[in-house]
Design a protein around this ligand. Structure first.
Ligand code: SAM
Ligand code: SF4
Length: 433
């Protein structure tokens, strides 16, 4: 799921090792980048580094960049620019620029613009980040992997199951910067998930750009889910983001059967107009997308679905846009991330054709429709019982991914039934049963 561009710095949640050295990791972009930052954090921890979020005290800084929209790239670039001061104050400090914008711009351009950057590691080479660390800091005396959970509650851990993407959505830069789809082996995935459960995770989130496209020889995505679901100690399994093209028949039966599989799906649709979907090369029509939702909801009637929309795609007419507005209601989405189209290539046919004010007005209309719709969906949960995985005594997440608050009675790390009494903004309120 792609969230609005912002950067997150590592917090101290992973338990800091005693050390005189400190690293600060600034992460922009999606969950794939967050998962990469967790691996980078683990590599520093093996060298005894403490993770901090105060840049000024850091001996090393990593900027993990995003380029999915121009705004995300600009933010990452200005962050690198601001680090000039840090480097001047601490010339022996090491600055690493990694991720998707690093891949797009290339090491040469980044080092030309920012000569104080020590290492550039593009998204395609992110698994070789260790080599850059060796070049700058020397080999690690410790080979043991130390899992770092930086972005979610300690109960939740990311497990990357595929890298890159082999689809060719016309607007998207991901395949260019992350390369074609590569699937991790079922054994590696199970090992990673088991290690994270052992270190305290109750919930696993499997990650990939088209996560349900995963294949491991003859093993299907649903079979992989079943293997992960069977890991002892796991309470809940999520995955993101699936693509409408890759749901196989065995998936709906699994979803209906397995209660530990979250009653939630982030299923990006992008547009409600068949004409735009075709131009986007999404590979499905509005009708096919809605039929898929109907099939999934027939298996699990209370399935919560969120999505992504792009407004202002080149040539998007008022009629196309109205189709998007009507899909918001028809799709019954509990949440939607909405983005203004951002050209990611120089191709003339991909230049933005919708004026800034029209693009902004469309974005605002879509956001308002999503808000009204999600209020309806949230209110429908009142009076129902939700299974909540608690993160604190008072707060947790329902299977449908709704935030849930109780006055008392929650136990961190436990799944408890909550009777929903009310809904407030994006949060359900209730009582532990
Ligand atoms: N793989 C996922 C899928 O197939 O939908 C999405 C991955 S993409 C990194 C996350 C979201 O960013 C997309 O769903 C889309 O809404 C948005 N996005 C991607 N390229 C964009 C662009 N050029 N302009 C605006 N939004 C874009
Ligand atoms: Fe981009 Fe499309 Fe691949 Fe998603 S499926 S990462 S939108 S090319």
């Amino acid at each position: 799921m792609q969230k609005p561009e912002n950067s997150k710095s590592a917090d101290l949640g992973g338990g800091a090792a005693p050390s005189s050295k400190r690293v600060c990791i600034l992460t922009f972009g999606c969950q794939m980048n967050e998962a990469d930052s967790e691996n980078i954090a683990a590599a520093f921890r093996r060298r005894g580094y403490e993770l901090i979020d105060d840049l000024k005290k850091a001996d090393a800084v990593v900027v993990n960049t995003c380029t999915v929209r121009q705004r995300a790239e600009d933010k990452a670039i200005s962050q690198i620019g601001r680090l000039r001061k840090w480097k001047l104050a601490r010339p022996e400090g090491k600055l690493f620029v990694v991720g998707c914008a690093a891949q797009k711009l290339g090491s040469k351009e980044i080092k030309n613009r920012f000569p104080f950057v020590d290492e550039v590691v593009g998204a395609k080479a992110i698994e070789q980040f260790e080599d850059s660390l060796i070049a700058q800091l020397g080999p690690s005396p410790d080979t043991e992997t130390i899992h770092q959970n930086l972005f979610r509650s300690p109960q939740t851990a990311y497990v990357t199951i595929m890298r890159g993407c082999s689809l060719k959505c016309s607007y998207c830069i991901v395949p260019a910067v992350r390369g074609p789809a590569v699937f991790l082996s079922a054994d590696a995935i199970l090992q990673d998930a088991a290690a994270k459960i052992k270190s305290g995770a109750k919930e696993i989130v499997l990650l990939g750009q088209t996560v349900n496209a995963w294949r491991g020889g003859r093993t299907t995505f649903s079979e992989l889910l079943k293997k992960v679901l069977d890991l002892p100690g796991l309470e809940r399994l999520r995955f993101m983001s699936p693509h409408p093209l890759y749901f196989e028949n065995d998936f709906t039966a699994l979803l209906a059967r397995e209660n530990k599989l979250a009653r939630y799906m982030h299923l990006p649709v992008q547009s409600g107009s068949d004409r735009i979907l075709k131009l986007m090369r999404r590979g499905y029509t509005r009708g096919e997308y809605l039929a898929l939702l109907a099939r999934l909801r027939a298996a699990v009637p209370d399935l919560a679905v969120s999505t992504d929309f792009i407004v202002g795609y080149p040539g998007e007419t008022e009629a196309d846009f109205i189709d998007t507005l009507s899909l918001i209601k028809e799709g019954r989405f509990s949440l939607a991330y909405c983005f203004k189209y951002s050209p990611r290539t120089e191709k003339p046919e991909m230049a933005a054709t919708i004026s800034g004010p029209v693009m902004q007005a469309r974005l605002e209309k879509v956001l308002a429709a999503v808000k009204t719709n999600s209020r309806v969906i949230l209110n429908e949960r009142i009076g129902k019982i939700e299974e909540v995985l608690f993160e604190t005594e008072n707060y947790g997440r329902a299977s449908g991914n709704f935030a849930c608050r109780v006055k008392a009675g929650g136990t961190p790390g436990r799944l408890l039934n909550v009777l929903v009494a009310g809904a407030d903004k994006n949060t359900l309120n209730g009582k532990v049963l």
